[in-house]
Design a protein around this ligand. Structure first.
Ligand code: ADP
Ligand SMILES: CSC[C@H]1O[C@H](OP(=O)(O)O)[C@H](O)[C@@H]1O
Length: 408
């Protein structure tokens, strides 16, 4: 097979996998299925009927799959994704898929098959509980963010690493879809008719626009840590005793609160959608409590582990300055609120929505979920710069659901 770039067929994916050293035996009987359900890439699941071994080939397309060839996109994102996975794997080997190989010409990453896990968004929609998730994701974010920042790595090497993770095309998607399009009448938006009044109100809300502009500026300019860059519940594979973070093709050096906000926003989107996924008020309240406890624990574990790394592993000579750590953590918390709010708003009427909300078939229930998510999201954006505790974020969710639905 030619290794000049072209999108692989399922048969070519088999031939490529068969040629990989030390993975399948020569008499393996391989089958291939293209299982990509994301917005951007091809994903081939390759398995050997004889041995039961399997792996994943993920290939970048030269355009955004969700839109088509009219939206060209760099193939270099496959390099960014494989390098980010390997860096994350060196810090948290149990929390990312193992990368076997990266093939530059084909923009292809060969990685561990995680099919025994489920995508967390699906698991939450099915109302499963994951008792280790908050500990896992809190540790993942504390370690990957701390050890890629000026607190945790050589500050000159960090500048070189920033250069390897300049990711302008994928950052532009985020800048447009999260920090621009939702706040004006952009053709990228995808607005259901029944929401037009709420969207108009957002387009006219100058106080909100100021906060979004400040968050956008932070995203554009603050090379604080190597982010995953798209850490929503569709980028997390999970089962009861294991959590695996996938899909870091949006990785770049940015503000820590962007990753933390993404995790919390997606828990809150599921919270907002619960009317659609619960048999009644009791079940809804019960699962929402679980989601809010998880929100609190994610932040608490992140903060505790990040502060411990700061106390024990910092390379920054000024980091012991009294009160500096508290100032830093409060700033991360405030930006987490703001970015979480932006992530919620974009998923309700921007280009790309989420199944937690759009999967609700009953139009009236879906509309209530959308309005609740917008109320929580816009309030978080406006409150962010005054925030001082994760409890305030939880109070925003509770108060919005009481105001909109009369129940928690
Ligand atoms: N390592 C893996 N093991 C098993 N399935 C995977 C793996 N990586 C991706 N997938 C499947 O492919 C889908 C799309 O993968 P993802 O990395 O999110 O692609 P995209 O970048 O296009 O969003 C996932 O939702 C999952 O079903
Ligand atoms: C045109 S890309 C839209 C959207 O898709 C990405 O998500 P995923 O790769 O998980 O499907 C990312 O969130 C982008 O904002």
């Amino acid at each position: 097979m030619t290794t000049t770039y072209h999108a692989l067929t399922e048969a070519e994916a088999i031939a490529y996998a068969q040629g990989l050293p030390n993975i399948f035996s020569p008499d393996a009987v391989l089958t291939s299925r293209e299982i990509g359900d994301g917005n951007l890439n091809l994903v081939f699941h390759i398995s050997d009927e004889k041995s039961g071994r399997s792996l994943i080939l993920k290939q970048a397309l030269p355009y955004a799959k969700v839109v088509g060839e009219s939206w060209p996109l760099t193939l270099d994102r496959a390099r960014i994704e494989s390098e980010a996975l390997q860096l994350q794997g060196s810090l948290c080997p149990d929390l990312v898929p193992h990368v076997f190989a990266y093939e530059k010409e084909l923009a292809l990453t060969v990685m561990e098959d995680l099919s025994d896990h489920v995508i967390m968004r699906k698991g939450l929609i099915e109302k499963n509980k994951y008792p280790l998730f908050a500990k896992h994701i809190g540790r993942f974010m504390a370690r990957t963010l701390f050890f890629s920042s000026d607190l945790g790595m050589n500050q000159q090497e960090k500048k070189l690493r920033v250069g390897r993770f300049i990711n302008p095309e994928l950052c532009k998607i985020t800048e447009d879809l999260i920090f621009d399009d939702p706040y004006r009448d952009s053709e990228n938006n995808n607005i259901e008719d029944h929401l037009k009044d709420a969207v108009q109100a957002i387009w006219q809300d100058r106080e909100l626009h100021l906060e979004v502009a400040i968050l956008r500026n932070t995203f554009l300019t603050r090379a604080e840590a190597l982010l995953h860059g798209d850490l929503h519940t569709g980028s997390i594979f999970i089962k009861e005793d294991s959590t695996k973070v996938i899909d870091p093709e949006f990785a770049y050096y940015g503000p820590m609160g962007f990753d933390i906000g993404a995790v919390l926003a997606n828990l809150l989107l599921n919270y907002a959608g619960q009317e659609g996924w619960s048999a009644g008020e009791t079940e809804r309240t019960y699962y929402r409590e679980y989601l809010l406890e998880t929100v609190k624990e994610v932040w608490t574990v992140f903060e505790r582990e990040f502060r411990a790394l700061w106390d024990n592993e910092t390379v920054d000579p000024m980091s012991e300055t009294p009160a500096y750590q508290d100032w830093y953590m409060n700033r991360v918390l405030q930006e987490t609120f703001g970015f979480a709010g932006c992530k919620m708003v974009r998923r309700i009427y921007g280009l790309s929505h989420v199944a937690d909300i759009d999967g609700i078939e009953d139009a009236a229930a879906r509309e209530r979920a959308q309005r609740l998510a917008l109320a929580i999201g816009t309030t978080l954006i406006k409150r962010g710069r005054q925030a001082s505790s994760i409890d305030e974020l939880i109070a925003v969710a509770r108060e919005a659901s009481v105001a909109k639905e009369g129940v928690r």
